[in-house]
Design a binder for this molecule. Structure first.
Ligand SMILES: [Cu+2]
Length: 78
């Protein structure tokens, strides 16, 4: 499973956690979403690496902004 952590701008409360979790959960291949409100991050587990643009779009639709990401983009760890 791929794991990546996304910095999400604008999350402040449990409602935000739910909105971001729901938004990201609907992306194809996403298995798990864990939001850390204090850190302002969402850790996403997925079958395959996610398209950052799709992640940004999903967050945008939920009313938040993708501020950055860490993880293994393009890493060739089979
Ligand atoms: Cu909120």
């Amino acid at each position: 499973m791929e794991r990546a952590t996304y910095e999400v701008r604008g999350m402040t409360c449990e409602h935000c956690r739910e909105a971001v979790t729901n938004g990201l959960s609907h992306l194809p291949g996403v298995r798990s979403v864990t939001v850390d409100l204090d850190a302002g991050t969402a850790e996403v587990g997925s079958d395959a690496p996610l398209d950052p643009e799709a992640v940004g779009h999903a967050l945008d639709e939920a009313g938040y902004e993708l501020a950055g990401s860490t993880g293994s983009p393009g890493a060739a760890d089979s």
